[in-house]
Design a protein around this ligand. Structure first.
Ligand code: ATP
Ligand code: MG
Ligand code: MG
Ligand code: MG
Length: 487
């Protein structure tokens, strides 16, 4: 169909490649290469940072890039751009999403960038202009940054009515990659899902009726380590549009989870759930957080599959620790809220791959090891939860959860400590961390320098075997999809 996610992605890349001479380049892996300022790739521009800064090796291929477009795998679950807490609560923030991007490195600037974006949205995708709002940088006196009046004039000349052109401050309309790195004023396009009344007040208001779809950043500065702004050697354009949000607009859905990027996955989760189906699309109230659990599980299993395929495995520090947390959240929502059986999570991965890689392969068996390991973890989860509840029952409300019990849960049952903390958090109880750290270091001393072992490794194993599965490969019969995926 005209607005399948695959077609939407292709239309974007074709528009920039064929009509405007951009070179389509592959997505980089979600693990940032040689950039310690980032946990995960959080935007399409990450891989082009050296170009923006003017530090690219002149012999590298990148040095010749002037106009580029791609579809980038992004993960926002840590660091400056962290959407983990929003996932599942709303219907348009994911931990993993695809960002459709276009760039000009010292080539065209504001006028062409705005004009291309407007033409693509309104003429090629056919979005009615009266559903769109545009925000621009309104200036920030304290930071001595002027309003971007030039951009406002450009939008007016493209036919955007003045009442749909809205100024915002640093937080919304000055994009920064991280605590340091390239940055600049931006202008964003927002879509009004309702279209019934004046919705200007709902722009940037965390309202599901009006959702930001495309950000056009005019890279002009580098944020230095001392927080000052250094002008960049050349002006560049960096744009990014969330594929899932664009597809929801073009498929006439209010929720990303109701588009073809998610609905087969929601159905697969429903088949495994021991509770009622997903009711998110009916707008009914979410009782017992069931709908939220559906969304969390769908989101997290995508993130796990993509990260593991890119070599980030659940582990003990940095991005790996974040991924471990995501895995455990997914298992917990899947088991405790959706009452899905052991192995359910792992069994969803083939569906993820079918959705993300347009030519699915029949070579996607379910290796039994996934079920075994998940089952082990689940029995540990159940025993641990029982022990935790019994302890809580005997405790004072104000008390911190005793370190000795936490340690015993961890040491004897292999109960993951960060999961324990998460579950305690839900119940409004803190953990005696100092006490716990003492116990851990005492134990480490007793056993020499050997790191404490636990069934944490089992949990990682579950997903490692998924990675194996993915390594067996899904054939890329369509070259274009190599750009988006290396699953
Ligand atoms: P929001 O204000 O909705 O959190 P953002 O301003 O943080 O979005 P940008 O950094 O401007 O997002 O990223 C460019 C585009 O990527 C956004 O306009 C949006 O379409 C998409 N996007 C950003 N974050 C997410 C996410 N967590 N899930 C899905 N799409 C996203
Ligand atoms: Mg955001
Ligand atoms: Mg925003
Ligand atoms: Mg934005």
């Amino acid at each position: 169909p005209g607005s399948s996610s695959a077609r939407v992605r292709r239309t974007f890349l074709d528009f920039f490649e064929q009509r405007h001479g951009h070179r389509v380049v592959p997505s980089s892996p979600v693990r940032p290469r040689g950039d310690p300022s980032l946990l995960f790739v959080n935007a399409g521009m990450n891989q082009f940072k050296p170009l923006l800064l003017g530090t690219a090796d002149p012999r590298s291929e990148m040095a010749s890039y002037r106009r580029v477009a791609n579809s980038q795998k992004c993960v926002r679950a840590g660091g400056k751009h962290n959407d983990l807490e929003d996932v599942g609560r709303d219907v348009y923030h994911h931990t993993f999403f695809e960002m459709l991007g276009s760039w000009s490195f010292g080539d065209y600037f504001k006028e062409e960038a705005c004009s291309m974006a407007w033409t693509l949205l309104t003429e090629h995708y056919g979005i009615p202009p009266d559903r769109l709002y545009v925000s621009y940088f309104g200036g920030e006196a304290a930071a001595a940054l002027p309003a971007d009046e030039e951009t406002r004039q450009i939008w007016l000349s493209l036919g955007v009515p003045a009442e749909r052109l809205l100024p915002f401050g640093l937080k919304e309309n000055f994009w920064e990659m991280g605590d340091s790195g390239p940055c600049g004023p931006c202008t964003e396009i927002h879509y009004d899902h309702q279209g019934a009344r004046d919705a200007a007040a709902l722009v940037n208001a965390d309202c599901p009726d009006v959702v930001e779809i495309w950000n056009l950043v005019f890279m002009q500065y580098n944020r230095e380590a001392d927080r000052s702004l250094r002008p960049l050697p050349q002006h560049s354009v960096d744009t990014g549009m969330g594929l899932e949000r664009l597809v929801s607009v073009l498929q006439g859905k209010r929720s990303n989870y109701d588009t073809d990027l998610f609905s087969p996955l929601m159905d697969a989760i429903q088949q495994r759930a021991g509770v009622g189906g997903y009711r998110g699309r009916t707008g009914a109230a979410d009782q017992g957080k069931v709908d939220m659990a559906y969304r969390v599980v769908a989101d997290h299993v995508r993130t796990l599959a993509v990260c593991i395929a890119d070599g980030v495995n659940p582990g003990m520090s940095g991005a790996e620790l974040v991924l471990r947390r995501i895995l455990r959240r997914a298992v917990r929502f899947s088991v405790e809220v959706l009452q899905a059986p052991p192995g359910a999570l792992a069994s969803l991965v083939p569906t993820v791959v079918h959705i993300l890689v347009t030519h699915p392969s029949p070579l996607w068996p379910r290796p039994p090891i996934i079920d075994e390991n998940e089952a082990q973890f689940l029995s540990c989860l159940q025993q641990g939860s029982r022990l935790m509840d019994r302890t809580l029952h005997r405790m004072d409300r104000q008390q911190a959860f005793p370190a000795a019990v936490a340690w015993s849960l961890h040491r004897n049952l292999g109960f993951p400590l960060d999961l324990l903390e998460l579950m305690l958090e839900d119940r409004g109880v803190g953990l005696d961390r100092d006490g716990l750290e003492r116990l851990i270091s005492e134990d480490n001393q007793k056993r020499g320098s050997e790191p404490s072992s636990s069934s944490q490794s089992q949990v990682s194993l579950d997903v490692l075997s998924l990675a194996e599965l993915q390594r067996r490969g899904v054939p890329h019969t369509d070259d274009r999809h190599k750009y988006a995926y290396s699953l």
